[in-house]
Design a binder for this molecule. Structure first.
Ligand code: BG6
Length: 520
């Protein structure tokens, strides 16, 4: 995590001073490389963050030559970069750093071919490059590749880094096995487990908001906070990823990683320093404090759903079971809502409600902190008919920012209160575009800063929270799937989950501007 911004020229100059870097992307012919990784590297290049001497080698079983690979990546940049189409001259300068290497790790010669290419890259870069091996492959392929990597790993912790994409395993046991496979060839310090939510500016800003300001910390506890809601809603369906998603589901895909990481940032104790291990220690404390869920009472705290056909943004869309590569009787959840408790002094009895789903009405990720009502209500009932509890909303996306909702007197001769918003918006305050999460994370790997990556004990603790739920759900087939139409906020049972507690899900504030009523 950089101490600075993308616009910080001193930071960029420091990056120039980085030693040469060679990034090998396993699965380099896949979607992640063309949609996210290479557009992110290209933007880092444009902003002057990459070292002068760098090489990116996409590796895959497919047979491509360097030129065909570069053309493929250019299409990805044009389609998916936050900056839109690449400029021809700049792209061709950048593209000189890109190459392709066809490798089939099922064959013993793969290791030798890789080492030869890396040695040649060192020569071309004029020094021993830092080697970043990016595993953009399904976790079941990782052991085969890792077993052959040995000779390419020479140079130890200072030189070699492994980046592991999510999903990191599919449950506690497989995540542990994966860590064991990796730590057989490198040390834990060399492993960078990606959770791209941690690279989002708004997510990093939670640390700044909480720990660089004294205003909110005194009220950041059970005495003032009634409950916390975390919503990560997507309007898209499973798209072209049915084959992957159908064996995964929302709990594994989103809750185990992104949502629990957001919860950690909200619930963690103040770190002593801005140090990777210190911050990760504080986060792991939260995961360990999450109250274990009793599988026998799972339905009281966790709800699953699957979308059926419906209407999303206009045209009718098919149900999940009709999506390509999804089983027609699939029991995979596309929606999950869970009530967690963090059993420690600060958060005793404060529920953290999290929900995520595909084909919900909008793409909106928001953390809402709802405060207790004022202890004594002195206003007459007519004045407070629109009263709402104080709410602090951290907008992760879209309209990134932080919003504080409180009551104000409506102008006019009668006392009438309406909720109003105080808004900090990134776009308005900083007037510089935010980098994509992968830009931040890739740069951190090159710099050797692991703050925003998941350490083995974090992954272990997160899977420990989620695995009993996964087991209980897979043991009992849902009988009501599909149970929410596309374009709605999930199954009715998710609403009941909060209603039982006398609460309700709050709409993300981007969809729910306060509408002051005219005074009577
Ligand atoms: C990924 C999930 O980790 O996050 C996807 O695998 C999901 O299913 C995506 O769509 C959401 O990320 P973002 O950044 O678009 O909110």
């Amino acid at each position: 995590m950089s101490v600075g911004t993308a616009a910080n020229r001193h930071g960029a100059a420091a990056s120039k001073a980085l030693p040469p870097v060679a990034i090998v992307i396993f699965g380099g012919g896949g979607d992640l490389a063309s949609r996210k990784l290479v557009p992110a590297l290209y933007n880092l290049f444009l902003d002057g963050w990459l070292p002068d001497r760098f090489a990116v080698i996409g590796s895959d079983r497919k047979l491509l030559d360097d030129d065909a690979y570069r053309r493929h990546l250019r299409e990805g940049v044009d389609a998916f970069s936050r900056r839109g189409r690449a400029d021809d001259a700049t792209w061709s300068t950048f593209a000189k750093h890109l190459g392709f290497l066809s490798l089939d790790f099922a064959t013993a010669s793969a290791a030798e071919t890789l080492v030869k290419r890396l040695d040649a890259t060192d020569t071309a870069l004029g020094g021993q490059a830092i080697r970043v091996f990016y595993f953009a492959v399904p976790p079941n392929v990782t052991p085969t590749i890792t077993a052959r990597l040995g000779p390419a790993l020479a140079g130890g912790a200072e030189r070699v880094r492994i980046v592991a994409e999510k999903p990191f395993g599919r449950d506690l046991a497989s995540a542990r096995a994966l860590t064991k496979t990796l730590t057989h060839v490198v040390t834990e310090r060399q492993i960078y487990r990606i959770d791209h939510y941690l690279g989002k500016e708004t997510v990093q800003n939670i640390l700044a908001f909480r720990f660089a300001n004294s205003l909110f910390e005194p009220i950041w506890n059970r005495r003032y906070i009634d409950h916390v809601q975390l919503t990560v809603a997507e309007d898209v369906g499973v798209e072209h990823r049915g084959g992957y998603y159908d064996s995964v589901g929302a709990l594994r895909d989103m809750v185990q990683n992104h949502l629990l990481q957001l919860l950690c940032l909200i619930a963690m104790e103040p770190p002593l320093s801005f140090n990777a291990d210190e911050i990760r220690n504080k986060k792991v404390d939260v995961l360990r404090a999450i109250r274990p869920i009793d599988p026998a009472h799972l339905a009281e705290v966790a709800i699953r759903g699957q979308y059926g056909a419906g209407v999303s943004e206009g045209p009718p869309v098919p149900g999940y079971r009709e999506e390509p590569n999804v089983a027609p009787d699939s029991a995979t959840e596309t929606f999950a809502a869970v009530k967690f408790f963090v059993d420690n002094w600060r958060w005793e009895h404060v529920p953290f409600y999290v929900r995520t789903g595909k084909r919900l009405p909008a793409k909106a990720s928001e953390i809402s902190i709802q405060f207790h009502p004022a202890p004594h209500q002195m206003f007459p009932p007519a004045a407070i008919e629109h009263w709402q509890p104080n709410r602090l909303a951290i907008r992760v996306q879209p309209s990134e920012g932080i919003l504080l909702r409180f009551q104000a007197k409506h102008p006019g001769p009668v006392m009438h209160l309406d909720p109003v918003d105080m808004l900090f918006s990134y776009a308005g305050a900083f007037r510089v575009p935010s980098p994509e999460a992968y830009e931040t994370l890739l740069l951190d790997v090159m710099r050797g800063d692991a703050t925003l990556f998941m350490r083995d004990d974090q992954v272990d603790a997160a899977w420990s929270v989620v695995t009993p739920m996964l087991d209980a759900w897979s043991a009992e087939r849902p009988t009501d799937f599909p149970n929410y139409p596309a374009g709605t906020w999930g199954p009715e049972a998710a609403d009941q989950l909060l209603r039982r507690d006398g609460r309700r899900w709050m709409l993300p504030t981007t969809l729910d501007p306060p509408e002051p009523a005219p005074p009577s």
